[in-house]
Design a protein around this ligand. Structure first.
Ligand code: NI
Length: 280
């Protein structure tokens, strides 16, 4: 599968449960402007047939190379980022939940579901395959949410893209109002303002803008969209799905635009899918 087909399928799956992304995309695509995707991110369960090490070869098969590796100790995650030699192809961020580090209760709860994952050959379609287990009990979802929002999201929604990311560096409509044809330090704030004016909520955990020019990467994200999801026994609940991210990259000492990820930024971006609200 080529990367163009891959990202097309991902976008279809993502916007189906994240209609806000399509609406926000439209805000910035005015006048035929191209909205460039910086990266996508996936979540999965470690120590299962869907673990990071099983998914990675599918990413490498599309021409990607491993860029970096990350540990999120408090969230009990590890992650890797992947970069494509064609700079126009979005980067990929893949993380996995280290189940053995969870409480015994959460491990037992998850095992009922992860035991259902069939150990079969995988191809790239796995990245929009959703759940490989039966719809969870809402009580299991809620119990897991108390320990790991990440795990609850994954239990409910399965393996699929968690977010797309608008490259603010390519958004000429928010460049400096004085007419300079390049982004400046206010560009991301102008994106956030426009998104909020259109009625969408922005994740303000640790401030709306995560990172700074000093770490060469600033990021912001919406609060995840919400959709009705059918749990076990046909019970429907309105739960967080996916969010949309915005990234502004700065040039490094050599004058090249920094292409990496910043652990502290990503740590706060993860919280965009939290905040379970009572049934409405
Ligand atoms: Ni991201």
């Amino acid at each position: 599968m080529n990367t163009e087909q891959f990202f097309h399928c991902l976008w279809q799956d993502y916007t189906r449960i994240t209609p806000q992304a399509e609406q926000i995309h439209r805000l910035f695509a005015v006048g035929g402007a191209e909205v460039v995707n910086d990266h996508v991110a996936f979540r999965t369960f470690a120590d299962t047939p869907l673990e990071l090490n099983r998914l990675e070869p599918l990413i490498l098969a599309m021409g990607y190379v491993v860029q970096d590796e990350f540990q999120f100790k408090a969230k009990k995650l590890r992650a890797r980022s992947y970069q494509h030699p064609d700079a126009g192809v979005p980067k990929i961020f893949l993380s996995e939940l280290l189940i053995p580090q969870l409480s015994a209760q959460s491990q037992a709860l998850l095992q009922q579901y992860t035991d259902q994952i069939r150990d079969t050959g995988l191809d790239q379609t796995v990245f929009w395959s959703g759940r490989h287990w039966q719809a969870p009990e809402f009580e299991d979802y809620r119990a897991l949410m108390a320990e790991t929002e990440y795990g609850a999201w994954l239990l409910a929604l399965g393996l699929r893209v968690n977010h797309f990311t608008v490259s603010v560096n390519h958004l000429s409509s928010v460049f400096h109002p004085l007419g300079e044809n390049r982004p400046d330090r206010g560009s991301l704030q102008r994106v956030i303002t426009r998104v909020k004016q259109a009625g969408f909520s922005v994740n303000d955990t640790g401030g709306e803008i995560k990172g700074s020019a000093d770490v060469l990467l600033e990021q912001a994200s919406t609060v995840a969209d919400r959709q009705w999801l059918t749990f076990a026994d046909e019970q429907e609940y309105h739960i967080p799905t996916c969010f949309y991210e915005f990234a502004l990259r700065y040039p490094d000492a050599d004058g090249n635009l920094y292409q990496g990820f910043v652990e502290a930024n990503a740590d706060r971006i993860f919280s965009s899918t939290g905040s379970l609200k009572p049934k409405s």
